[in-house]
Write a protein that binds this ligand. Structure first.
Ligand SMILES: C[S@@+](CC[C@H](N)C(=O)[O-])C[C@H]1O[C@@H](n2cnc3c(N)ncnc32)[C@H](O)[C@@H]1O
Length: 329
């Protein structure tokens, strides 16, 4: 390997990303990352806070002028993350919405809580079997828990608030599209000629027309429509499926990968295609189990990833090694 900025396909660092010390200034073409959301997801320590602002200044330092970045975020804290990115010098270009149907609403039965507060016993009204929407640990059927009791409120006040809850079903994740300013004095074409950055790769990310539909607009493109800032997850049966469709991965889809916030490789491929071109290098400072790296490897992009937790770093390594072997076979 010539230096840390010209990896042969991929270079993984098991260390904190802060500082991005091994990487040179103005050397990488794209940033794609799914950082801690700061929402303590499943009580994980690493998700207690948003990343310190410094990392975005570090990313700005190593990206080439005009380079784009895609930063995943949570609905609750995207505003703070956007301010951090902007404060560090990134231009906010757009917010992509990755839409899915199978998010779980985080709720509890408030009416039963009212019974408890009032010291009234809730009424047991039967049992049900809790069935997860996925197959656990390679099982051939959907994972279900033993029978659970079903309750109705016992108090009059509980009955009044029956069904009241605290949250909506989550159906999207925001992905912030940012850009490092072009070199002063260069227009988009000049920046692209000099650095290979400054434009989105719309050719490689076109959304194919649905079956039977071939022409759209005055000058239809043979490959389909321009990618939208709405990325759909499921095939919505509303006659409006013009957007990128990718199935959501379940935790433990691969036996050895238990990363709790695993992103679908197909989604990461779409994002990698969108803001980079072949042979360019994508950085993920919070790579987790390496989904961005897998996407890059399959698409002839180079990849540089950082991960602080040993167990996730090792999963990344294994996933990338396995894919590299498959691709070279
Ligand atoms: C949301 S997860 C990324 C998951 C990834 N998209 C995947 O598909 O597996 C964020 C990751 O950032 C890591 N992390 C947190 N702080 C870090 C730091 N300072 N340097 C490097 N990695 C860090 C966490 O351990 C976690 O695995």
């Amino acid at each position: 390997m010539a230096d840390a900025n010209t990896p042969r396909q991929y270079q993984l660092y098991h260390q904190s990303c802060y500082g991005l010390a091994p990487l040179a200034d103005n050397s990488l073409e794209a940033l794609i990352t799914d950082p801690p959301y700061g929402i303590s997801f499943q009580n994980h320590d690493w998700d207690r806070q948003l990343p310190q602002k410094q990392i975005w200044a570090d990313c700005l330092r190593v990206l080439k002028p005009g380079a784009h970045g895609l930063v995943f975020s949570s609905v609750r804290l995207m505003h703070r993350l956007m301010v951090d990115l902007e404060d560090c010098g990134f231009i906010i270009k757009d917010v992509l919405f990755w839409v899915y149907l199978n998010g779980m609403p985080k709720n509890r039965d408030i009416a039963l809580g009212i019974d408890k507060e009032l010291g009234v016993e809730s009424k047991a009204v039967g049992k049900y079997q809790y069935v997860q929407g996925y197959k656990k640990g390679g099982a051939d059927n959907y994972y279900s828990e033993a029978d659970k009791h079903k309750y109705e409120p016992g108090s009059a006040l509980g009955a009044k608030y029956k069904g009241a809850g605290i949250g909506l079903k989550p159906a999207y994740e925001p992905i912030i599209l940012v850009q490092k300013a072009r070199e002063k004095g260069l227009n988009i074409a000049q920046n692209l000629i000099k650095y290979g950055t400054g434009a989105l790769n719309l050719e490689e990310t076109r959304i194919p027309y649905p079956k039977g539909e071939t022409k759209v607009g005055h000058n239809p493109h043979p490959l389909g429509r321009v990618a939208a800032n709405l990325i759909r997850l499921e095939d919505f049966q509303d006659g409006y499926d013009k957007f990128f469709v990718v199935p959501k991965v379940r935790q433990e889809a691969e036996a050895f990968n238990h990363h709790p916030t695993l992103k679908p490789v197909a989604l990461m491929q779409h994002l990698s295609r969108l803001i980079s071109f072949e042979d360019q290098t994508v950085l993920d400072p919070f790579m987790g189990s390496g989904s961005t790296g897998l996407a890059c490897l399959a698409l002839n992009r180079h990849f540089i990833g950082f991960e602080i937790e040993k167990e996730y770093f090792e999963i990344s390594q294994l996933r990338l090694e396995n894919l590299a072997k498959t691709l070279s076979a």
